[in-house]
Design a protein around this ligand. Structure first.
Ligand SMILES: Nc1ncnc2c1ncn2[C@@H]1O[C@H](COP(=O)(O)OP(=O)(O)OP(=O)(O)O)[C@@H](O)[C@H]1O
Ligand SMILES: O=C(O)c1ccc[n+]([C@@H]2O[C@H](COP(=O)([O-])O)[C@@H](O)[C@H]2O)c1
Length: 196
């Protein structure tokens, strides 16, 4: 029997997607055992305020155009029809139902691993899925329960310290941050006058 396709799930608000996200997604698919990475656009992260968010469909549209030239990277809107705020454990159940032929794992930065114990049913997630964790400069410490865990795999991806918050703030201040975004995403934001 052929082995199942291995999919890395990279969850995010992507408000907007930037070259930090794209670099990580591409690194994961090229330098690990993953066949594809799906960038799952989250309508409402349970730990974030929704007020500063651009409409879900615009965030998805930007992820789609950013990934156009990367056949192993896909945009997913699986969370759009789900109850909000979006708890990842619920999304995983739906993904398993819809795609029994795929083998899923999660991609996250070290910053997210530091707060992973606050996620809904994180023990269940960790029992069933591997986490591919990449380095990220951040405050706080990783809980000892996650040290040397057999389902947590450190991936030595390059560190690119920029954030969507920084990009939104800079656009609002009239700064040119064009190189920090995929070119098509920059054009989309510019034409739509977003974040001004
Ligand atoms: N520069 C970066 N390098 C690597 N990972 C990143 C980077 N920026 C964000 N991430 C990670 O990508 C995922 C989705 O990120 P998210 O959409 O929250 O972006 P963000 O830039 O952190 O957004 P915001 O500044 O609006 O909080 C998260 O796991 C986050 O830790
Ligand atoms: O399931 C949870 O309890 C949960 C709590 C916080 C965050 N998440 C997921 O983690 C993703 C990335 O988180 P963040 O904080 O880096 O935007 C976010 O898009 C959510 O899908 C999930």
């Amino acid at each position: 029997m052929a082995s199942k396709k291995r999919i890395g799930l990279y969850f995010g608000t992507f408000n907007p997607i930037h070259i930090g996200h794209l670099t990580i997604a591409n690194y994961m698919v090229e330098f690990s055992d993953l066949d594809e990475v799906w960038m799952v656009v989250t309508p409402h992260n349970p730990h974030k305020k929704k007020s500063t968010l651009l409409d879900d469909h615009h965030r998805l549209a930007m992820v789609r155009i950013a990934l156009e030239d990367y056949p192993k990277l896909k945009a997913s809107n699986i969370e759009f029809g789900l109850e909000q705020p979006n708890y990842t454990v619920n999304t995983l159940i739906l993904l398993e139902e819809k795609h029994p032929d795929f083998d899923f794992c999660l991609i996250m930065g070290e910053d997210n691993l530091k707060s992973f114990h606050k996620w809904k049913n994180y023990e269940v997630i960790l029992e069933r899925y591997s986490l591919y964790v990449y380095p990220r400069v951040s405050q706080g410490t990783i809980e000892t329960q996650f040290n040397n865990h057999p389902h947590i795999h450190k991936v030595n991806a390059p560190i690119m310290e920029l954030s969507s918050t920084f990009i939104r703030k800079s656009i609002q201040e009239g700064k040119n941050i064009r190189p920090m975004l995929p070119e098509t995403v920059w054009k989309y934001i510019d034409e739509m006058n977003f974040y001004k």
